[in-house]
Design a protein around this ligand. Structure first.
Ligand SMILES: C[S@@+](CC[C@H](N)C(=O)[O-])C[C@H]1O[C@@H](n2cnc3c(N)ncnc32)[C@H](O)[C@@H]1O
Length: 389
């Protein structure tokens, strides 16, 4: 059955639009494969020549062989085909001229925070979308997100800047520009640089996905997302969402909006500041009662395994039944041991590979480092997989 039929949009009070299982789902099942309607670079307009050499400016694959160069602005693309596709979509003459002016006039964004550089890229892409694909622009406008005072002040500056860069028949108003910034803040997913255990992982591009934007957050998610930007031969920026464990029909499917190892106060802060809500998921209800010291244990793997050993049977039952025991100090120990990658500095989430119709999958894949491991805990490979693999 196609992934599209496995989840449907429902309104849940206090959570807005949500994705729920349309039928019982099996661990590893792909429930969504979504293509971005908007994709833009996460790089600031600083040292553009050094920084723009790493990725194709259309599909964001790491550049390998001699790239193709845009004759007007010198941005790099992985192949002539990517450059040609970009010229009629993401790198239209409007975008080409606007980016070129920003890159060659560093004073325009001088002393501006990096956040504004990336927002300028987003707005240029969004304004371009309103010209090259009005239906996709309408989808973007329909996403969740209402402008805050901060969005309004950013919009004020950026609207005036972008208006001077490149002529357009009409550009969105300042009010719509502020709303677009809010929608980007709430709905953009980062396409990350490849995992390196010695470096902090940074974002290479941001993407807006029309259907994946309906996933709500849970600090103990029942699904996680994968991308295969450098390895998928086609549609390499698609997002694939797989289920971690069996889920009954009608249950909401949630992602974690950030790595699951964050402690309670960091999670609450991020959710409130970036997404405008206070999380009251089962994990937060338990951790709200912990002292700060307890929260530090959140990322201590040895501690987790110790707790797991003590409570293993009970925790497995809790996960299986979905009903957590209020009396247990650490009901989510099972989650960390089973679904969190134990490679140094990874903190990725492990999801089973898609099951075959008759047999459940017993191989887990990490959505950050790509490691594959058997359910018996043996690493069996260093990903990432290709989606065709
Ligand atoms: C990416 S959107 C998710 C879809 C959104 N519910 C909608 O109606 O379009 C993110 C927003 O959904 C809401 N949301 C996500 N997870 C939530 C949760 N666990 N509890 C309450 N609201 C949540 C917040 O308003 C958040 O800013």
């Amino acid at each position: 059955m196609s992934a599209e039929c496995l989840v449907s949009v429902a309104d849940i009070e206090g959570r807005g639009r949500s994705l729920v299982a349309s039928q019982p789902l099996k661990a590893g099942q792909v429930v969504l494969c979504d293509s971005p309607i908007l994709l833009y670079s996460a790089l600031p307009f600083i040292k553009p020549h050094d920084q723009s050499t790493s990725y194709c400016n259309h599909c964001f694959k790491t550049l390998q062989s001699p790239p193709s160069t845009c004759p007007s602005c010198s941005l790099l693309f992985c192949t002539p085909t990517c450059l040609s596709r970009a010229s009629s979509s993401s790198h239209s003459p409007y975008v080409c001229q606007a980016l070129s002016r920003l890159q060659h006039s560093p004073h325009l964004l001088l002393n501006q925070p990096l956040e504004r550089h990336v927002q300028a890229r987003f707005l240029i892409s969004a304004f371009n979308l309103s010209l090259v694909s009005p239906p996709h622009f309408q989808t973007l406008v329909s996403l969740q997100g209402t402008a805050t005072d901060n969005d309004a002040s950013n919009a004020h500056f950026l609207h005036s800047l972008i208006s001077t860069l490149s002529p357009l028949p009409s550009i969105p108003s300042i009010e719509l520009t502020a709303a677009l910034l809010a929608k980007d803040r709430l709905n953009a997913f980062g396409l990350m640089e490849p995992f390196n255990e010695h470096l902090e992982r940074s974002v290479r591009a941001y993407a807006i996905y029309p259907k994946a934007s309906f996933f709500n957050h849970d600090c103990l998610p029942n699904a996680c997302r994968f991308d295969y930007v450098d390895t998928a031969p086609h549609n390499n920026t698609d997002m694939i969402v797989r289920i971690l464990h069996d889920v009954p029909q009608g249950r909401e499917i949630c992602l974690s909006y950030f790595p699951v190892n964050l402690d309670y106060s960091s999670r609450q802060k991020r959710l409130l500041e970036d997404y405008g809500f206070a999380c009251d998921c089962d994990r937060c209800k338990v951790e709200a009662n912990w002292s700060d010291n307890d929260n530090e244990n959140d990322v201590d793997e040895e501690e987790e395994v110790m707790l797991m050993d003590e409570d293993e049977d009970e925790d497995e039952q809790m996960v299986a039944s979905g009903a957590e025991n209020e009396d247990t100090d650490f009901p989510h120990a099972y989650f960390f041991v089973t679904y969190m990658c134990n490679r140094d500095n990874c903190w990725g989430t492990l999801a089973p590979l898609p099951p075959s119709p008759a047999t459940p999958s017993n191989v887990m894949e990490c959505n950050v480092c790509g490691n594959l491991k058997n359910n018996d805990d043996n690493a069996i490979g260093d990903g990432p997989l290709s989606m065709d693999g």
